[in-house]
Write a protein that binds this ligand. Structure first.
Ligand SMILES: [Fe+2]
Length: 231
Protein backbone atom coordinates (compact mmCIF):
# COMPACT_ATOMS: atom_id res chain seq x y z
CA UNK A 1 0.00 0.00 0.00
CA UNK A 2 1.64 3.31 -1.01
CA UNK A 3 2.11 5.91 1.71
CA UNK A 4 0.14 9.18 1.52
CA UNK A 5 3.36 10.92 0.57
CA UNK A 6 3.98 8.51 -2.33
CA UNK A 7 0.47 9.23 -3.60
CA UNK A 8 1.07 12.99 -3.31
CA UNK A 9 4.37 12.80 -5.18
CA UNK A 10 2.69 10.75 -7.86
CA UNK A 11 -0.16 13.24 -8.17
CA UNK A 12 2.24 16.18 -8.50
CA UNK A 13 4.25 14.33 -11.16
CA UNK A 14 1.03 13.58 -13.05
CA UNK A 15 0.28 17.31 -13.14
CA UNK A 16 3.82 18.14 -14.22
CA UNK A 17 3.66 15.44 -16.92
CA UNK A 18 0.55 17.12 -18.28
CA UNK A 19 1.55 20.78 -17.92
CA UNK A 20 5.36 20.83 -17.89
CA UNK A 21 6.54 17.47 -19.37
CA UNK A 22 10.16 18.53 -19.88
CA UNK A 23 10.35 19.68 -16.26
CA UNK A 24 8.87 16.37 -15.06
CA UNK A 25 11.44 14.37 -17.03
CA UNK A 26 14.24 16.58 -15.71
CA UNK A 27 13.06 16.02 -12.12
CA UNK A 28 13.04 12.24 -12.60
CA UNK A 29 16.58 12.24 -14.00
CA UNK A 30 17.89 14.49 -11.21
CA UNK A 31 16.30 12.12 -8.71
CA UNK A 32 17.93 9.08 -10.29
CA UNK A 33 21.36 10.76 -10.37
CA UNK A 34 20.96 12.04 -6.81
CA UNK A 35 19.94 8.69 -5.36
CA UNK A 36 22.87 7.01 -7.07
CA UNK A 37 25.37 9.50 -5.71
CA UNK A 38 23.85 9.41 -2.21
CA UNK A 39 24.10 5.62 -2.22
CA UNK A 40 27.68 5.84 -3.50
CA UNK A 41 28.54 8.02 -0.50
CA UNK A 42 26.77 5.62 1.86
CA UNK A 43 24.32 8.21 3.16
CA UNK A 44 21.55 7.03 5.47
CA UNK A 45 18.38 5.56 4.06
CA UNK A 46 16.48 8.59 5.34
CA UNK A 47 18.79 11.04 3.53
CA UNK A 48 18.59 9.02 0.33
CA UNK A 49 14.80 9.11 0.52
CA UNK A 50 14.84 12.87 1.17
CA UNK A 51 17.02 13.33 -1.91
CA UNK A 52 14.82 11.02 -3.99
CA UNK A 53 11.57 12.82 -3.16
CA UNK A 54 13.06 16.32 -2.94
CA UNK A 55 14.59 15.92 -6.42
CA UNK A 56 11.31 14.70 -7.87
CA UNK A 57 9.63 17.84 -6.54
CA UNK A 58 12.46 20.39 -6.71
CA UNK A 59 11.06 22.26 -9.73
CA UNK A 60 7.35 21.86 -8.92
CA UNK A 61 7.15 25.65 -8.65
CA UNK A 62 7.66 25.84 -12.42
CA UNK A 63 4.01 24.85 -12.71
CA UNK A 64 3.36 28.46 -11.76
CA UNK A 65 5.83 29.96 -14.25
CA UNK A 66 4.21 30.57 -17.65
CA UNK A 67 5.31 28.05 -20.28
CA UNK A 68 6.39 30.74 -22.77
CA UNK A 69 8.97 31.92 -20.24
CA UNK A 70 10.31 28.39 -19.63
CA UNK A 71 10.72 27.76 -23.36
CA UNK A 72 11.78 31.22 -24.51
CA UNK A 73 14.77 30.83 -26.84
CA UNK A 74 16.20 34.32 -26.36
CA UNK A 75 17.24 36.40 -23.42
CA UNK A 76 14.66 36.80 -20.67
CA UNK A 77 13.43 40.28 -19.78
CA UNK A 78 13.93 41.45 -16.21
CA UNK A 79 10.29 40.73 -15.46
CA UNK A 80 10.47 37.21 -16.99
CA UNK A 81 13.68 36.44 -15.10
CA UNK A 82 12.00 37.49 -11.88
CA UNK A 83 9.01 35.22 -12.65
CA UNK A 84 11.38 32.31 -13.26
CA UNK A 85 13.37 32.97 -10.11
CA UNK A 86 10.21 32.78 -8.04
CA UNK A 87 9.83 29.04 -8.73
CA UNK A 88 11.69 27.80 -5.59
CA UNK A 89 9.37 29.85 -3.37
CA UNK A 90 6.24 28.84 -5.30
CA UNK A 91 7.28 25.19 -4.98
CA UNK A 92 8.03 25.57 -1.28
CA UNK A 93 4.58 27.07 -0.65
CA UNK A 94 2.87 24.27 -2.52
CA UNK A 95 4.82 21.46 -0.85
CA UNK A 96 4.51 23.02 2.60
CA UNK A 97 0.76 23.30 2.10
CA UNK A 98 0.71 19.57 1.30
CA UNK A 99 2.65 18.72 4.46
CA UNK A 100 5.98 17.53 3.06
CA UNK A 101 8.87 17.11 5.52
CA UNK A 102 11.35 19.97 6.24
CA UNK A 103 14.24 18.18 4.48
CA UNK A 104 12.21 18.00 1.28
CA UNK A 105 11.13 21.63 1.61
CA UNK A 106 14.81 22.64 1.96
CA UNK A 107 15.62 21.01 -1.38
CA UNK A 108 12.74 22.76 -3.13
CA UNK A 109 13.53 26.19 -1.65
CA UNK A 110 17.32 26.16 -1.79
CA UNK A 111 18.32 24.16 -4.89
CA UNK A 112 19.43 27.39 -6.65
CA UNK A 113 21.56 28.58 -3.73
CA UNK A 114 25.30 28.53 -4.52
CA UNK A 115 28.54 28.06 -2.59
CA UNK A 116 29.70 31.63 -3.29
CA UNK A 117 26.39 33.22 -2.19
CA UNK A 118 25.50 34.02 -5.81
CA UNK A 119 22.33 31.93 -5.71
CA UNK A 120 18.71 32.66 -4.93
CA UNK A 121 16.28 33.18 -3.23
CA UNK A 122 18.35 34.02 -0.12
CA UNK A 123 21.99 34.18 -1.28
CA UNK A 124 22.93 31.66 1.42
CA UNK A 125 26.56 30.94 2.26
CA UNK A 126 27.70 27.51 1.06
CA UNK A 127 28.45 26.38 4.60
CA UNK A 128 24.84 26.54 5.66
CA UNK A 129 23.38 24.80 2.60
CA UNK A 130 22.37 21.26 3.68
CA UNK A 131 24.26 18.34 2.15
CA UNK A 132 21.11 16.94 0.60
CA UNK A 133 20.51 20.27 -1.16
CA UNK A 134 24.10 20.44 -2.42
CA UNK A 135 23.72 17.02 -4.02
CA UNK A 136 20.50 18.00 -5.78
CA UNK A 137 22.00 21.34 -6.93
CA UNK A 138 24.93 19.64 -8.65
CA UNK A 139 22.77 16.97 -10.26
CA UNK A 140 20.31 19.66 -11.35
CA UNK A 141 23.12 21.57 -13.05
CA UNK A 142 24.56 18.39 -14.60
CA UNK A 143 21.19 17.42 -16.09
CA UNK A 144 20.58 20.95 -17.37
CA UNK A 145 23.97 20.95 -19.13
CA UNK A 146 23.50 17.48 -20.67
CA UNK A 147 19.94 18.20 -21.90
CA UNK A 148 19.25 20.15 -25.09
CA UNK A 149 17.81 23.63 -24.69
CA UNK A 150 16.02 25.75 -27.26
CA UNK A 151 19.00 28.09 -27.27
CA UNK A 152 21.85 25.53 -27.30
CA UNK A 153 22.94 21.94 -27.93
CA UNK A 154 23.44 19.59 -25.01
CA UNK A 155 26.92 18.94 -23.63
CA UNK A 156 28.38 15.43 -23.34
CA UNK A 157 28.52 13.96 -19.84
CA UNK A 158 32.30 14.40 -19.76
CA UNK A 159 32.15 18.01 -20.95
CA UNK A 160 29.50 18.82 -18.34
CA UNK A 161 31.58 17.18 -15.59
CA UNK A 162 34.66 19.15 -16.63
CA UNK A 163 32.73 22.42 -16.60
CA UNK A 164 31.23 21.76 -13.17
CA UNK A 165 34.62 20.73 -11.77
CA UNK A 166 36.05 24.05 -12.95
CA UNK A 167 33.31 25.91 -11.10
CA UNK A 168 33.13 23.67 -8.06
CA UNK A 169 35.18 25.71 -5.63
CA UNK A 170 33.08 28.78 -6.34
CA UNK A 171 29.55 27.89 -7.26
CA UNK A 172 29.15 24.21 -6.33
CA UNK A 173 30.13 22.02 -3.41
CA UNK A 174 33.52 20.45 -4.34
CA UNK A 175 32.68 17.35 -2.29
CA UNK A 176 29.60 16.67 -4.37
CA UNK A 177 31.34 17.49 -7.65
CA UNK A 178 34.13 15.04 -6.82
CA UNK A 179 31.39 12.45 -6.30
CA UNK A 180 29.92 13.28 -9.70
CA UNK A 181 33.35 12.87 -11.29
CA UNK A 182 33.59 9.38 -9.84
CA UNK A 183 30.14 8.25 -10.96
CA UNK A 184 30.34 5.52 -13.61
CA UNK A 185 29.85 6.90 -17.10
CA UNK A 186 27.60 3.95 -17.93
CA UNK A 187 25.26 4.90 -15.10
CA UNK A 188 25.07 8.54 -16.23
CA UNK A 189 24.36 7.48 -19.82
CA UNK A 190 21.72 5.01 -18.69
CA UNK A 191 19.81 7.69 -16.79
CA UNK A 192 20.17 10.15 -19.66
CA UNK A 193 19.03 7.68 -22.32
CA UNK A 194 16.73 5.11 -20.81
CA UNK A 195 12.97 5.24 -20.60
CA UNK A 196 12.66 7.42 -17.52
CA UNK A 197 10.18 9.62 -19.36
CA UNK A 198 7.85 6.67 -19.39
CA UNK A 199 8.38 5.89 -15.70
CA UNK A 200 5.32 6.06 -13.52
CA UNK A 201 5.28 5.39 -9.80
CA UNK A 202 2.97 2.48 -9.05
CA UNK A 203 0.64 4.45 -6.80
CA UNK A 204 -2.61 5.97 -8.04
CA UNK A 205 -2.65 9.78 -7.89
CA UNK A 206 -4.19 11.39 -4.86
CA UNK A 207 -7.07 13.28 -6.45
CA UNK A 208 -7.10 16.06 -3.84
CA UNK A 209 -3.40 16.80 -4.37
CA UNK A 210 -3.80 16.58 -8.11
CA UNK A 211 -6.60 19.13 -7.88
CA UNK A 212 -4.53 21.46 -5.69
CA UNK A 213 -1.57 21.40 -8.08
CA UNK A 214 -3.78 21.81 -11.14
CA UNK A 215 -5.86 24.60 -9.61
CA UNK A 216 -2.77 26.56 -8.63
CA UNK A 217 -1.35 26.13 -12.09
CA UNK A 218 -4.58 27.34 -13.70
CA UNK A 219 -4.73 30.36 -11.37
CA UNK A 220 -1.10 31.30 -12.06
CA UNK A 221 -1.25 30.67 -15.81
CA UNK A 222 -4.82 31.52 -16.87
CA UNK A 223 -3.85 32.06 -20.50
CA UNK A 224 -2.53 28.52 -20.80
CA UNK A 225 -5.46 27.07 -18.91
CA UNK A 226 -7.87 28.94 -21.18
CA UNK A 227 -6.35 27.30 -24.24
CA UNK A 228 -7.09 23.81 -22.97
CA UNK A 229 -10.41 22.13 -23.26
CA UNK A 230 -9.74 19.26 -20.87
CA UNK A 231 -7.54 19.07 -17.83
FE1 LIG B 1 14.97 24.92 -10.36
Amino acid sequence: MPTPQARDVNAILETMDAKRPAVASHCRRVSAYGVHLAAQYGLSEEMVETIRVGSLLHDVGKLLVPAHILSKPGRLTKHEWQALQNHPEHGFDMAEHLGFAPGILDIILYHHERNDRSGYPDGLDGNVIPWTVRIVSVMDAFDALTSPRVYRESLSADAARTLLARESADRYCPWVVSGLLSMPRTMLDAVANDGLDRYRPDARPNQAVLQTATTRWAAACPEEAGQLTTW
